[in-house]
Design a protein around this ligand. Structure first.
Ligand SMILES: Cc1cc2nc3c(=O)[nH]c(=O)nc-3n(C[C@H](O)[C@H](O)[C@H](O)COP(=O)(O)OP(=O)(O)OC[C@H]3O[C@@H](n4cnc5c(N)ncnc54)[C@H](O)[C@@H]3O)c2cc1C
Length: 468
């Protein structure tokens, strides 16, 4: 396998109709990137900067992935703002404008990703409206990638690539719980992925299930629009405000992290800060957190507490069952919503890959080295499969730098690359988090951004050393 540095070579064919085998266009000097959201864009950029030819396939007609709310699978709603602040979200080599607020609106995040694509001239490497339907291993560590027009349109075509970077996102396939009696319920039940605009809540009696960031945002929208809002959470959480001491909360957290205090002391300091600023939430009927701070994904929402304090949101426990006209709760209460919004998160889905290629375990979780590299297939990687305690773009950036460095090492020093792989490929159980993070699908990819970046830095240093 050798890579094309110019990306200008026309495809050749590794099989032919004449021989009775389906034609496979040979792009085996190039890398295939699947998806042009934030992870795919930075993968194209960093692979190109390392000299690789890249073909990216994107099923939608524009870049931005999740942040492009016109896309049919976008999880963002009209009121979505970043929950990680600007400096902790942006790519390290492409700052967001100084004039933008600390927590930009989703339309600004999309504009940012579009400017990133234009600035680094990435669009010419992207085939829009093209869906990857199958990825299969081929000879010499290469991959046969089958594409067609998005949503089943157009004929299928298969192309061979030296390597594949999957950047298809993990916030689009709803995690749908099922409750007893749900199908008999006369009201409407939707997943948060179908929630787009507060107008959907206007004048209704709304039950929001789930206290992740999306659930809290929708409860806040409902507090302002709905006739009634109940917010169901399974346990007590730590609700951080978006600002503390006049600064975005993630910047305060990072300042405390930089002191390199032991975890227990950091937890105690941050918990005390929350107790002093947010106060005792059991006063509002919320349960006491049953875990320490940093053991669940951070919730950043200043308005939830405000509307709880105004009585516009009624906190309730877990849903037990539905009847035709009501919902029965774990504490025996019965409520009568006419709209239930299940903000119960998303699950990763790789429709075009056999599960064993990503070392998917019995629960459905891919087990990858550095949350990125397939342990059995060194030329297959996933970008962006992360849930950090901070913004994710800079982690995606360094992930794709590591992917480019790895592919270059394989080409230039195959024996040293093989030695590196023997040493590391089985390290797919690393957690990159000192805190004892709760076991649940919501936390499958939870990492501390500091610990994860250290892990990537270590890998990069070792790979670069192996180049020498
Ligand atoms: C409500 C909400 C708020 C969030 N807030 C923040 C925040 O404050 N900070 C932060 O850093 N992150 C936040 N995130 C996380 C967010 O998902 C990431 O910021 C980022 O958008 C993920 O990028 P991605 O490229 O991995 O995936 P996506 O943005 O989902 O992009 C994947 C792309 O792949 C394409 N694709 C998928 N399958 C195929 C296929 N088979 N063939 C071709 N193309 C395909 C899709 O069309 C899409 O364009 C938030 C997420 C949600 C849901």
């Amino acid at each position: 396998m050798s890579f094309d540095m110019s990306n200008s070579a026309p495809p050749t064919f590794a099989g032919g109709v004449a021989s009775g085998v389906r034609a496979v266009a040979d792009r085996a000097q190039n890398v295939c990137v699947i998806g042009a959201g934030a992870a795919g864009l930075t993968a194209i950029k960093n692979l190109r900067e390392s000299g690789f030819g890249v073909d990216c396939y994107e099923r939608e007609t524009g870049v931005g992935g999740a942040w492009n709310w016109r896309h049919d699978r976008s999880p963002v709603y009209a009121t979505t703002h970043l929950i990680s602040s600007k400096p902790f979200t942006q790519f390290p080599d492409f700052p967001m404008p100084d004039s933008w607020p600390d927590y930009p609106h989703h339309t600004q995040v999309l504009a940012y990703l579009e400017r990133y694509a234009d600035h680094f001239t990435l669009r010419e490497h992207i085939w829009f409206g093209t869906e990857v339907t199958r990825v299969q291993p081929a000879e010499d560590g290469c991959w046969d990638v089958t594409i067609s027009g998005a949503r089943g349109g157009g004929a299928e075509r298969t192309q061979r690539y030296a390597a594949v970077v999957v950047a298809n996102g993990h916030n689009w396939s709803p995690n749908m719980p099922s409750y007893e009696g749900q199908s008999d319920f006369a009201g409407e039940i939707i997943h948060a992925s179908a929630y787009k605009d507060p107008a959907q809540l206007r004048g209704r009696r709304v039950l929001v299930v789930g206290a992740g960031n999306t659930g809290c945002d929708i409860a806040v929208d409902a507090a302002q629009q709905a006739a009634r809002c109940w917010h169901s959470s399974r346990r007590g959480y730590w609700y951080a405000p978006k600002f503390a001491y006049g600064r975005p909360a993630d910047q305060v957290n990072d300042l405390v992290s930089s002191l390199r205090l032991p975890l227990w002391l950091r937890q105690r300091l941050l918990q005390r800060t929350l107790k002093r600023t947010v106060g005792d939430l059991t006063r509002f009927g919320l349960p006491e957190p049953d875990h320490k701070l940093l053991e669940t994904h951070p919730i950043a929402n200043s308005q939830l507490i405000y509307y709880l304090g105004h009585g516009s949101i009624t906190p309730v426990p877990d849903v037990l069952r539905f009847t035709r006209d009501s919902v029965e709760l774990a504490d025996g209460r019965v409520i009568e919503p006419d709209l239930v919004v299940l903000a119960t998160g998303y699950l990763p889905r790789f429709e075009f890959l056999a599960p064993e290629l990503l070392n998917v375990d019995a629960e459905g979780r891919p087990r990858l080295y550095l949350h990125a590299f397939s342990p059995a297939y060194p030329t297959l990687a996933v970008a962006g499969l992360l849930q950090p305690d901070s913004g994710v773009f800079s982690l995606m950036h360094w992930q794709s730098v590591a992917m480019a460095t790895w592919l270059r090492l394989r080409e230039q020093a195959p024996e040293r690359a093989a030695a590196y792989w023997r040493k590391h490929h089985h390290q797919f159980n690393e957690r990159y988090n000192k805190a004892k993070v709760m076991q649940s699908t919501r936390h499958w990819f939870e990492v501390s951004h500091v610990d994860y970046l250290r892990g990537l830095q270590k890998a990069l240093t070792e790979m670069e050393g192996a180049h020498a």
